[in-house]
Design a protein around this ligand. Structure first.
Ligand code: 13P
Length: 336
């Protein structure tokens, strides 16, 4: 077993998953302002250190993805953020892309940037304690989208990123996200997601990336958020498994889904059924941002001094997601 494979398994085994707390300052500002909290470095740190010092980190979270600002911060009780995370047994990770920019010659699509100087930045993040990283390629579905240009160029960037990250002895999370926006059917999402993921693996293989030392972070197969095609959780799980079986090489140890705008309950229920129906060898778990933090953020915003209630809300959500990662979640447990 390679060192990278060991790290990947440590993050996602035994019902553990990933807390995606790597919102850029722009995105975090939107999240905080939506609950009437000013987005200052202090407030961003305050909310995050409450989550990172929660009990649930010890049992259910294998890794926390951070943003550059956060990995450099020190908590109000004097511990560095990477130390706080490691002291609960989870591994600190870091988002290393610098964001999705307009793709030249295809103005409605995006290309993720951040390769320039990446080798040097990775060295610094490793010294700060990071043991895994994230890079997100983003694709929209439309009549002509995602185009071959967007599929090929984002796959190429994800592969160059992954090779550099493994060279730095860290595990790359490979995240090709097909957005939920639009009126497309679940079958269109299935077709496009399969095409995008297959191209990513073609490029990863061309760049000699060790597939046993990555974690894939895909979207689930869902109809667009403006689609009339409403499907059951059972169908979501079947289509998601069909997609991954057809497009992910068997060497990959695990898949950690993004929540992508699903509610906390939807993201939990869908993951639960994916695991109940999982007839693959892939570990299937969560790498949720909004679906782990949404309710905790609401509770915190009502009284930012009420650490206990914020942590109780977060602990419950994480526990439910961990049960779902083992296929053992139920509505009864959710409401207990
Ligand atoms: P969501 O779960 O909120 O989609 O965030 C996950 C993530 O890391 C997106 O890049």
């Amino acid at each position: 077993m390679s060192e990278l494979n060991k790290i990947a398994l440590k993050i996602i085994s035994d019902g553990k998953g990933i807390l995606a707390a790597d919102e850029s300052n722009g995105t975090m500002t939107k999240r905080l302002e939506s609950v009437n909290i000013t987005s200052s470095p202090e407030n961003r740190l305050l909310f995050r250190e409450i989550l990172f010092s929660s009990q649930s980190l010890k049992k259910y979270i294998g890794g926390v993805i951070l943003y550059d600002e956060t990995i450099n911060q020190t908590t109000s009780f004097g511990k560095s953020i990477p130390n706080l995370i490691s002291s609960s047994g989870a591994l600190p990770g870091i988002k290393v892309d610098t964001g999705a920019k307009d793709l030249a010659n295809s103005s409605e699509e995006k290309i993720t940037e951040g390769l320039d100087g990446l080798r040097e930045r990775l060295k610094r993040y490793y010294e700060l304690g990071a043991r895994f990283t994230k890079w997100r390629g983003v694709y929209n579905i439309g009549d002509k989208y995602p185009s071959k240009l967007a599929i090929n160029s984002n796959a190429h960037a994800l592969a160059r990123y992954s090779a550099l990250v493994q060279e730095s002895e860290m595990v790359p999370i490979v995240e090709p996200e097909i957005l939920m926006d639009g009126d497309h059917s679940a079958d269109t999402c299935l077709k496009k997601t399969s095409e995008v993921i297959k191209k990513c693996f073609d490029e990863l293989i061309s760049h000699n990336v060790d597939l046993t030392g990555i974690i894939l972070k895909p979207n689930m197969i869902l109809p667009g958020n403006h689609s009339n095609d409403k499907i059951s959780s059972e169908e979501v799980s079947q289509k998601t498994l069909e997609c991954l079986k057809n497009s992910v090489p068997t060497e990959v140890p695990g898949i950690a889904f993004l929540s992508g705008g699903q509610s906390e309950i939807e993201a939990t229920e869908n993951l639960n059924l994916i695991n109940q129906n999982n007839d693959t060898k892939f570990i299937m778990t969560y790498s949720y941002g909004r679906a782990l933090q949404q309710n905790a953020l609401k509770v915190w915003s009502k009284n930012t001094k009420d650490i206990q209630s914020t942590q109780n809300t977060f602990n419950h959500r994480v526990k439910m997601c961990s049960l779902a990662a083992k296929g053992r979640w139920s509505n009864e447990l959710e409401n207990k």
